[in-house]
Design a protein around this ligand. Structure first.
Ligand code: FES
Length: 178
């Protein structure tokens, strides 16, 4: 935990992205945690407070604060949202609006890792059948409407990895590797 807190302090007191990335790499190699978008760890609310302070408690920086929180913890929990609302002196509804408008933010770890596009272009090349096949294999997926990969549908995403020409077998293998 000490390394985690040192890295958090380091990040919040040094603006250099490169330095932060070096600290993050060192931390990950030590603890194999906090890989953006992969998992949500319990929030240390003091770190959320530091992120808000780093952005001068500026409500205009809400998006950046949510991104930093998501990057640090893998999600933006309700607890974190409460603290951000308090520190920025804005309503929780404001945070909920931003958090739910941008698909990047997750609230918890319950969401499936796999996102499957079921918008028109992907439907035309079999995303509905793919969803059925995944479900038959017991693989949960979150429905997304366009991942910007329409030419390579059916499109899916695991963590931050975009997968084109997805099949049930391919996605199962990718999830097993994840
Ligand atoms: S419609 Fe599926 S990625 Fe655009």
């Amino acid at each position: 935990m000490r390394e985690q807190s040192v890295a958090a302090d380091y990040r919040l007191t040094h603006a250099s992205t490169k330095q932060f990335q070096m600290a993050r790499r060192a931390l990950n190699s030590l603890q194999r945690i906090i890989i953006p978008g992969e998992s949500c760890v319990p929030h240390d609310i003091d770190v959320v407070a530091k992120i808000c302070a780093h952005h001068n408690h500026d409500p205009a920086a809400l998006l950046e604060i949510l991104h930093d929180t998501q990057e640090h913890f893998g999600c933006v929990s309700d607890e974190a949202a409460r603290r951000i609302a308090q520190d920025l002196n804005i309503s929780r509804a404001d945070i909920h609006g931003v958090r739910s408008f941008y698909g990047d933010f997750t609230r918890d770890t319950d969401k499936p890792k796999l996102k499957l596009c079921r918008a028109e272009a992907c439907q035309a090349v079999g995303s509905e059948e793919l969803a059925r096949r995944l479900s038959a294999r017991g693989i949960a997926s979150e429905t997304i409407y366009c991942l910007g990969n329409c030419a390579l549908g059916p499109a899916a995403m695991i963590g931050k990895r975009l997968i084109g020409r997805a099949s049930a077998e391919l996605l199962e293998a990718e999830l097993a590797d994840d």
